[in-house]
Design a binder for this molecule. Structure first.
Ligand SMILES: Nc1ncnc2c1ncn2[C@@H]1O[C@H](COP(=O)(O)OP(=O)(O)O)[C@@H](O)[C@H]1O
Ligand SMILES: Cc1cn([C@H]2C[C@H](O)[C@@H](COP(=O)(O)OP(=O)(O)O)O2)c(=O)[nH]c1=O
Length: 691
């Protein structure tokens, strides 16, 4: 029987942009955002151009001043405007704000002096403080609750996605201005006017769109409870740090992400000065500005898809260090074309770090705190970006220009912008190294080795034995009935007699979950199990085993003896079931975190002999044909032959005590110390070496 309404419940809600009122609002947001970015680029360029004749220092301060004028209103008046947005008609607020911004921006090229740039910028930002919360509060009025997240993502997309578009538009408009300047003297005198006209027009277009958006309810209609209250950015940051700062990993991620963002901000902050020093004009400034953001977008998209074999935590740290190194190169190489390329690369490193951090935080932070964590992060990123772009030109100005003179000729210029970029580079490298150290998930393994392997598309190399420096790990391998269980028990007794702390264990089935997996794996009832799921189940058992039993024991300094380990999977699932050995190897490396035994004892017994020794009913694997067991044996021998220093191959047809003796001889060579000092102190016994 079909239930009425079932289909409607199942139907996917339409895309958020299919909602006409939201689409209109979103278009207005995109246009405004484009205008905002154009405004930032054009005004910093204009400030730089107006003061070009007054020396490097004044010029730096002039550019820094524009950034400060942009930043101050949000910090001083943020909460005030948020409250205002809740009390007044939102549509009217936005329309009035847009028209005011249009008029203010238009007045800048008309007045044309530096003081007015600063005053008008400050006023435009004050008006923004009303526009943004009114817009934020409107989105939930137009979009159903279940599509809010999609709406917010689109919002974020236009907020940052329009940056490179604006930068390239600015570059284009600058070229057009240069061309038209020959005919229109007004434009020749005021080089960024065209960009500012387009910027003003964007606000006017937004005003018209929002004016026609009659769906925006008047505020009176919303209950006080439904009002969106926006805490100040600083409040959000202080509150956010209180709960985010507790978690070491999340703390490391956030510091790293902010570091990456700051590196990008440093370039944006001095770009105008630096490009000018390199002989570039406004178009070049637009291109450098756009390169940072284009690189970021590319990093966010391609970064995580690259180097798939590399640990995400390591890629995170490495991309921040990469951003630092590239930033240093940007600071030192005095060639505009190379700087543009390096800036794109810098953006890509920063974008990679940002997206990996963002994803990891999403996985790490519990559901209830995730929303708050992300808004904390965005507030922090905004404030950092603004601080960096404001401080960086000021610092550059204080340092001034310096040149290395050789035989009366300046051979190398070193300006304030070079200096701050270098400082930024140093900071990024430091933050990246800290992130690598704080959050490393592959201790004891060379980062460089991992990186080289990942670049070649290989999995990371196996770790060296100092990954578990305190204990020692011995594995027994071999076919059915070869004598592994017997020999591992005898070895454990021998070692315990000498005062060692020994943990004797086996696979599969040495943990709670492992016991259940063992039941599935060995029960002859499960005949149809696919080779891949068999490999995965053995690997799952091993992952539990390593994490719950082996690593903790090695960490305590114990000697671990395991009856079967990774080689069994390589032999049985790889060779026996004919799975791709590389796949089985990769799977197991991942499952074990790369833990490799210090010694593997292979008891090599012909299958016919081993199987004949076994009594009782055959399990699922034992009942495989002889040819299967022959393949397994060949693989074990091949593995041992490939790494003779890490294997001991013993003939399993020898008598038991002879086999034991061979094993003891080999053990003596590699045992750390006959008796750990503490064990002797604690027991007062003298080690008994029996053979
Ligand atoms: N070297 C040996 N020679 C003859 N029989 C052996 C030898 N080692 C073990 N056995 C016997 O073979 C059987 C299987 O041994 P076991 O240690 O359980 O092998 P595995 O764990 O490799 O399956 C047991 O009955 C054991 O007593
Ligand atoms: C650990 C492991 C075991 N096996 C198989 C081999 C054995 O037939 C079985 C383990 O059963 P077990 O009863 O422990 O036998 P043995 O005494 O021979 O070790 O699981 C794999 O196929 N892959 C693996 O990774």
């Amino acid at each position: 029987m079909t239930t009425p309404g079932r289909n409607t419940a199942r139907r996917k809600p339409p895309h958020v942009l299919a909602n006409a009122p939201f689409r209109k609002l979103w278009t207005a947001m995109a246009v405004c955002s484009l205008g905002d970015w154009l405004n930032l680029i054009a005004l910093t360029a204009l400030a730089g151009n107006l003061t070009a004749g007054s020396g490097y220092r004044i010029q730096s301060f002039a550019i820094g001043g524009v950034f400060v004028a942009k930043m101050l209103p949000a910090i001083l008046l943020g909460p005030l405007a948020g409250a205002f947005a809740d009390r007044f008609d939102r549509r009217l607020t936005m329309v009035v704000a847009d028209v005011t911004r249009f008029a203010l921006v238009l007045s800048i090229p008309l007045v044309g002096n530096y003081q007015w740039i600063i005053i008008a910028t400050f006023l435009v930002e004050c008006v923004n403080l009303f526009w943004v919360p009114a817009k934020d509060a409107t989105v939930p009025n137009l979009v159903p609750k279940e599509r809010l997240e999609a709406a917010n993502q689109l919002n974020l997309l236009v907020t940052y996605g329009t940056a490179p578009v604006a930068a390239l538009l600015f570059a284009l408009l600058s070229v057009v201005t240069d061309l038209l300047g020959a005919f229109v003297p007004y434009l020749a005198a005021r080089d960024t006017s065209l960009a500012l006209f387009v910027n003003a027009l964007a606000y006017l277009v937004s005003a018209v769109i929002i004016f026609t958006l009659k769906e925006i309810p008047k505020t009176g209609a919303t209950s006080p409870a439904a009002r969106v209250s926006t805490p100040s950015v600083l409040r959000q940051i202080v509150d956010g740090w209180r709960f985010v700062g507790r978690d070491r990993l999340v703390r490391g991620l956030i510091i790293g992400m902010i570091g990456a963002f700051a590196a990008g901000g440093a370039v944006v902050g001095v770009a105008k000065l630096y490009v000018r020093a390199l002989g570039g004009g406004d178009p070049a400034y637009g291109v450098v500005f756009g390169a940072v953001f284009l690189g970021m977008a590319a990093g966010m998209f391609f970064g995580p898809r690259m180097l798939r074999e590399l640990s995400r935590r390591r890629l995170f740290g490495l991309s921040i260090i990469g951003a630092g190194v590239v930033l240093a190169a940007v600071a030192l190489v005095h060639n505009l074309a190379i700087v543009v390329m390096l800036t794109t690369l810098l953006g890509a490193c920063a974008g990679t770090a940002w997206i990996i951090g963002y994803t990891m935080i999403g996985l790490e932070v519990e559901d209830g705190l995730r929303g708050r964590t992300f808004s904390f992060l965005q507030s922090l990123a905004r404030v950092t970006l603004l601080l960096v772009v404001a401080v960086v030109p000021t610092l550059a100005g204080l340092f001034g220009t310096h040149g290395f003179v050789f035989r009366g000729e300046t051979v190398y210029m070193f300006d304030g912008s070079n200096l701050v970029l270098l400082i930024g580079a140093l900071l990024a490298v430091t933050v990246g190294l800290l992130a690598l150290r704080q959050m490393d998930d592959r201790p004891g393994m060379s980062v460089l080795g991992d990186l080289v392997a990942a670049l070649r598309g290989h999995t990371s190399p196996v770790p060296d034995s100092d990954e578990h420096p305190r204990g020692m790990f011995v594995a027994f391998e071999g076919g059915e009935g070869s004598g592994k269980t017997t020999q591992s028990r005898l070895l454990a007794i021998w070692l315990r007699d000498q005062g060692f702390d020994v943990v004797q264990t086996r696979e599969p089935g040495s943990t709670k979950v492992g016991m259940r997996l063992r039941a599935i794996l060995l029960d002859a009832v499960h005949q149809g199990l696919s080779a891949r799921s068999e490999a995965l189940l053995y690997a799952a058992d091993r992952a539990e085993h390593v994490e719950k039993v082996i690593r903790p024991a090695l960490g305590r300094g114990s000697l671990v003896i395991s009856d079967r380990y990774v080689d069994s999977s390589l032999a049985y699932q790889g060779a026996g079931r004919a799975l791709d050995p590389a796949d089985v190897e990769r799977l197991n490396r991942w499952a074990t975190g790369g833990l490799v035994p210090d010694l593997t004892v292979l008891i090599d017994t012909p299958p016919s002999v081993g199987l004949a020794r076994l009594g009782g009913a055959a399990d699922r694997i034992e009942s495989e044909p002889l040819e299967f067991h022959e393949r397994v044996r060949r693989e074990f021998r091949a593995l041992a032959a490939a790494e003779p220093e890490r294997y001991l191959v013993v003939d399993g047809t020898l008598p038991q005590d002879r086999i034991s003796q061979i094993i003891h001889d080999r053990m003596r060579e590699i045992m750390p110390d006959p008796v750990p000092q503490e064990a002797e102190d604690a027991t007062g016994t003298i080690p008994v070496i029996r053979d």
